[in-house]
Design a protein around this ligand. Structure first.
Ligand code: BEZ
Length: 340
């Protein structure tokens, strides 16, 4: 087929492992002036409206940034001109969560100038589901926890990393998140093996993801150790709706401003139950503060902790690493493995 009758489609996300459309051939290429980032919220594929996951979009290089190291490698799919309209319409639907089509130059190794123009999907910073930057810890946490109609968010990340590795392409942001999520999976006894890459857990490890002894999935190694000593929570924190949203949807730490009531007597570093205003337990975690300290901190902004207590053990009452969502809900989300 003559090249003039082919449309180039540049994939840099899920299209790499699941194009879902016919193509004549494909080749690896890169685009300039963009970086692939897990900055787009996903409420329809790898998360839900209540608990969005994170998927990749392309972030444009700032105008005042002078170096030319903002490039993104992907795969160009060559599709017949006459099929392009239907394929793109289907992709428009599949990627309706905030993405729009743009066209840009593609480049290949060993060639100076543009190799042609390709169509690609980008979610701009202005779309409703855009989440933007956060700490790598928070992003990894959110990916680890989230699941949606297309499956676990962590599978999206691991498949993306595996696809890039197969293409012999490096991507610091993606590989760093992969390392963090694999480590969380190891801590939570969730095995992972893919083409020689493993997180050290095997399906027949003494604690597998489905064994009854690991049914309490914990959010950090600390919590796992503490669990031995604090099977029953030592006290309860009742938190407001804003704090419920922050910890369950955005994987944030619990701050004193969100605490409305402290029940029971406990020391710092104790396991506490975290309840919403209806007294439903939504989470458990290790409290950085004792019940006495917390009763003084109820509703306080983190910046005022020192002026209230005369000292601080950090701005969070429970940091997100030491926080687990309600066990049933959490393990359901982590182990549920369904795909489109
Ligand atoms: C991609 O694979 O290129 C892609 C897929 C969906 C949304 C954005 C990008």
């Amino acid at each position: 087929m003559c090249e003039d009758f082919l449309v180039y489609l540049f994939g840099y996300g899920s299209i790499l492992w699941r194009p879902g459309f016919p193509f004549i051939r494909k080749f690896n290429a890169y685009i300039k002036g963009y970086k692939r980032m897990f900055y787009q919220g996903s409420t329809d594929h790898r998360g839900t409206p209540d608990a969005p996951g994170r998927v990749v979009t392309l972030i444009k290089q700032p105008d005042d940034y002078e170096k030319d190291d903002w490039i993104t490698w992907g795969t160009v799919y060559c599709i017949p001109d006459e099929e392009a309209e239907v394929i793109l319409k289907n992709l428009d639907y599949r990627e309706k969560g905030g993405y729009q089509r743009i066209e840009t130059d593609i480049f290949i190794n060993g060639k100076e100038g543009s190799h042609g123009k390709a169509i690609l999907y980008v979610a701009t910073t202005l779309n409703e589901e855009y989440l933007g930057d956060d700490t790598m810890d928070n992003i990894a946490n959110q990916i680890f926890r989230s699941v949606g109609p297309s499956g676990r968010n962590l599978d999206y990340l691991l498949k993306l990393a595996a696809s890039l590795r197969k293409m012999e392409v490096s991507d610091e942001h993606v590989f760093e998140l992969e390392t963090r999520v694999l480590e969380m999976m190891r801590i939570h006894n969730i095995p992972y093996h893919h083409e020689g890459k493993t997180n050290g857990m095997t399906a027949d490890s003494p604690l597998t993801a489905t064994s009854s002894s690991s049914s309490d999935i914990v959010a950090s190694e600390t919590l796992m150790l503490q669990k031995k000593y604090f099977v029953e929570p030592k006290g309860t924190l009742v938190i407001d709706d804003g704090a419920v949203q922050a910890i369950s949807q955005r994987a944030k730490s619990l701050l004193p401003v969100g605490v409305v009531q402290v029940i029971g007597e406990f020391d710092c570093d104790s396991l506490v139950s975290i309840m919403d205003l209806n007294r439903q337990e939504i989470s458990r975690g290790i409290s950085n503060y004792s019940s006495k300290e917390l009763s003084l901190l109820v509703g306080t902004h983190s910046g005022k902790i020192i002026s209230v207590l005369g000292f601080s053990r950090g701005e969070a009452v429970v940091t997100n690493k030491n926080l687990i969502l309600n066990n049933t809900f959490f393990s359901y989300r982590i182990h549920m493995d369904y795909y489109l």
